[in-house]
Design a protein around this ligand. Structure first.
Ligand SMILES: [Mn+2]
Length: 356
């Protein structure tokens, strides 16, 4: 009886050991399985939730803070491919040449319904990537509502395809004083910066529409002239120093020239003054090619209260002496009204009186 009993207890022990080993093996496998399942959970949720990119980014950064006492988890979270990347340059959504015409009128209701991704104030940022630049579009304005509708109708889809983080600011001159385009542009710069951390400013006339979406409304290493071949001038630059129509400048470039002149009342000259400011600070003008820089101007008669400024030639001749006293550092105005629409922020301003 001893031998079989001894054999039995030996076999029994071996069996118990094998069962225990199996149990340990299964539990370890289970543990790893549950762990990996836990990590997959948040990444499955973030994929469809990429709509609000900054909120996601900020909250994921905040969420990762309390987990610092579990160092092995952090690389797993930050390495997830769902983290938003910078948008590619150029944007893959661009289509190239566009058909632009002004025969059929458009309504604001229609433009609003065609651009559901816009946020109040004419704000937009891409959902799936981080925009390359934060751009404020500044439009000097007075009584051009028909032109503004066309501008909004054509530009909003273009700017969204360009994957910019942008806002549209209509700077409306109050009252019947002579029009002052450059001062309105200064106001636009100052007011837009109060709202958001814009790093680039596009200054556009309300009646100019680009004919190719590869003409990106952003900033470059040198100040950019965007409206290089206008139908009005036979699709050519009227002269080499021309900087009117649509242009863009980074915050740094704008501040380097003390912004724009405030004392050009009436039509003409302020764009040449801006060119003089840029060249006196050693900057050059960057431009797209003539083909990509084509644009159409909505035909119109000259506005009342915007007669050619007779002082413009004298002013342009003295830009270098006056630019440090007259510009963003001497800007004064009164905001009369701020209106927020889905398509734009409209700021009505009192610029004061032109010296008589
Ligand atoms: Mn015009």
């Amino acid at each position: 009886m001893r031998e079989p009993t001894g054999n039995f207890t030996f076999l029994h022990r071996i069996c118990t050991l094998v069962v225990l080993l199996c149990f340990v093996h299964i539990s370890v496998t289970l543990l790893y399985y549950v762990k990996s399942w836990d990590f997959k959970q948040p990444s499955i949720q973030t994929q469809p939730g990429q709509r609000k990119l900054t909120f996601n980014r900020e909250s994921s950064e905040e969420e990762s803070k309390p987990t610092t006492n579990l160092p092995h988890i952090i690389p797993n979270i930050t390495d997830t491919p769902e983290e938003l990347q910078q948008c590619p340059d150029p944007s893959p959504l661009l289509v190239g040449p566009l058909r632009i015409e002004f025969s059929a009128p458009v309504s604001l209701e229609h433009v609003r319904s065609e651009n559901p991704a816009l946020q109040e104030g004419g704000r937009f940022k891409p959902k799936d990537c981080i925009a390359l630049q934060k751009v404020a579009i500044i439009i000097p304005f007075r009584k051009r509502d028909e032109h503004l509708k066309f501008w909004l109708y054509y530009l909003h889809p273009i700017l969204q395809r360009q994957q910019l983080d942008y806002g549209v600011y209509i700077i409306n001159q109050d009252g019947d004083e002579t029009f002052n385009r450059a001062k309105l542009l200064n106001v636009g710069y100052a007011e837009a910066l109060k709202e958001y951390g814009y790093e680039c400013f596009v200054f556009s006339d309300v009646d100019l529409i680009p004919m190719d979406d590869r003409n990106t409304y952003k900033c470059f290493s040198q100040p950019r002239h965007l409206s290089v071949s206008m139908d009005k001038f036979g699709f050519r630059l009227p002269y080499n120093q021309y900087f009117g129509g649509v242009s863009s400048m980074s915050k740094e470039q704008f501040l380097k020239i003390n912004g724009f002149p405030n004392n050009y009342w009436g039509w003409g000259g302020e764009d040449d003054d801006i060119f003089n400011r840029l060249s006196s600070k050693g900057m050059s003008i960057s431009r797209p090619s003539g083909a990509i820089g084509k644009c159409r101007m909505i035909r119109h008669d000259r506005d009342k209260q915007n007669d050619p400024n007779p002082q413009r030639f004298d002013r342009i001749a003295h830009t270098r002496e006056t630019m440090h006293k007259d510009g963003i550092n001497s800007l004064s105005y009164k905001v009369v009204k701020v209106e927020k629409d889905q398509l734009f922020t409209k700021i009505t301003v009192d610029l004061g009186e032109a010296p008589k």
